[in-house]
Design a protein around this ligand. Sequence first.
Ligand SMILES: [Zn+2]
Length: 123
Amino acid sequence: MNPVIHGGVGWLVAQPLERRRDRALVTQAAVAPDVDGVGLRVSEDPYLAWHHRLAHGALWAVATAVVVGVASRSPKAALAGLVAFHIHVVMDLVGSGPGWPNLCWYPWADTEWRPSWQWNLVS
Ligand SMILES: [Zn+2]
């Protein structure tokens, strides 16, 4: 799914937060998982091998929430960042095309989440 859409949804998740800086951090947390798509700059092979694996898992989710929490000094912002991160993963599960899994427990497990209800229409 498109990072711009993820950012927009993260921005919506962040709206209850009072400080602009916290809203910006949560918006960035919503896009953060797609850092593992940077391989596309090199070629399609590393992109297909690592996207939805490296930064779409539980370790990256926790790291993202910690970064948001430390940067904002707000547990509410950290929680909103964690929510935004997980909405990103769910959106990818639904809208990245059939057969493209997410590895939600990476690096602790290589279990591929490939629900049968993925949209046939990619993004
Ligand atoms: Zn993604």
